[in-house]
Design a protein around this ligand. Structure first.
Ligand code: AHG
Ligand code: MN
Ligand code: MN
Ligand code: MN
Length: 333
């Protein structure tokens, strides 16, 4: 049986669907290579002295883990010299990263959450990397923050790498969602999950229930109905999961369905949610839509939101269509 590696898959996409300029293909392969290096560091863990706190903080007020910083550096170093990027932005950097002057600049912008779920890293639970690619506005060679503030509907590639029992890369270039498993013997990502789809219906939800007292009324109503089970208004029993790594939750939903929520809550009334629109909300929303699911902030489609700042937050409801439509309808009532 011939194995389809990520490289072969991308070349075939370039030929058949004409979705993939060579420069974008090179960029995706470079991100994948960086994720392999991150996967190695994550796997070595304490053996490489990479666990624990970095002793620094990021602009969102989070304490950075050593691996947050390492993963960020790996992505920057891998992607700065290749010539396909005009700039990068990351959850872990206050400002956009300019491509150093000695390297050529390209047509794309790369945005990433270098290590998602980093509160899980010291307890050996799955973490991931999330990435999103936008086109740099025409004629711009030194992109500023404003150039990154494009709605998610303009993404040209998005994906994540899950560092779990297997390392997997899951990708969309606007032509469905495909999953690749890292074969450590050959060093290649191999297509193992072609055409991933989110079932329209589900009996599984994911939310951090400890925040219940802070939620808005529509979310309380919706979760209350799920918890009521078979004799409640939804007429079925639901199961719950909360990994606290968005990558792991989205991967579960792409694999067996479900709904994931991180709503706006009253802990910080000024913020529209906890998760970041550009590094988490947009790439995951596009993957889920490309797999037949839905993604909203409770009121509108996440991909339609026009960002006003780089580290903008967003409420997230994503997954099986029926559930996302229900909770979104409750926000409108
Ligand atoms: P990050 O580790 O990149 O900061 O993201 C963590 C996010 C997301 O992965 C997860 O769904 C959520 O935070 C968990 O939040 P709680 O700890 O509030 O449950
Ligand atoms: Mn973080
Ligand atoms: Mn994250
Ligand atoms: Mn992160």
């Amino acid at each position: 049986m011939s194995r389809i590696t990520l490289s072969r898959f991308l070349i075939e996409q370039q030929r058949s669907a004409n979705l993939l300029p060579a420069e974008l293909r090179f960029l995706i392969e470079t991100v994948a290579r960086a994720c392999k290096a991150i996967s190695h560091a994550v796997n070595k863990g304490a053996l490489a002295g990479v666990l624990g706190e970095a002793g620094t903080g990021n602009i969102q007020g989070e304490a950075q883990k050593k691996l947050d910083v390492i993963a960020n550096d790996v992505l920057l170093e891998a992607n700065e010299w290749g010539g396909s990027l005009a700039g990068m932005a990351s959850e872990e950097m206050d400002l956009p990263y300019a491509i150093p002057g000695q390297y050529p600049k390209g047509a794309y912008l790369l945005l990433f959450d270098p290590l998602d779920g980093s509160s899980n890293i010291d307890v050996n639970i799955s973490v991931g990397t999330i990435f999103s690619v936008l086109r740099c506005p025409d004629g711009v060679t030194e992109p500023t923050e404003a150039d990154f503030l494009q709605p998610g509907s303009r993404q040209v590639a998005a994906g994540y790498t899950l560092y779990g029992p297997q390392t997997m890369l899951v990708l969309t270039v606007g032509n469905g969602v495909n999953g690749f498993t890292l074969d450590r013997e050959t060093g290649s990502f191999v297509l193992t999950h072609p055409g991933m789809r989110v079932p329209a219906e589900t009996r599984e939800f994911a939310i951090n229930m400890s925040n219940q007292r802070h939620w808005e009324a529509p979310v309380r109503r919706y979760i209350g109905e799920l918890l009521a089970g078979a004799t409640g208004p939804r007429g079925k029993d639901y199961n719950m999961r909360w990994v606290a790594s968005m990558v792991a939750e989205v991967h579960r939903i792409l694999t067996r369905g479900g709904v994931f929520m991180y709503p706006k809550d009253a802990r910080d009334p000024k913020k529209p949610g906890k998760l970041r629109l550009l590094y988490e909300g947009n790439p995951m929303a596009w993957l889920i839509e490309q797999a037949g699911g839905a993604a909203t902030n409770g009121r509108e489609r996440i991909l339609d939101i026009v960002p006003t700042e780089l580290h903008e937050r967003v409420a997230v409801f994503l997954g099986s269509k029926e559930e996302v439509e229900t909770v979104t309808r409750y926000h409108a009532e």
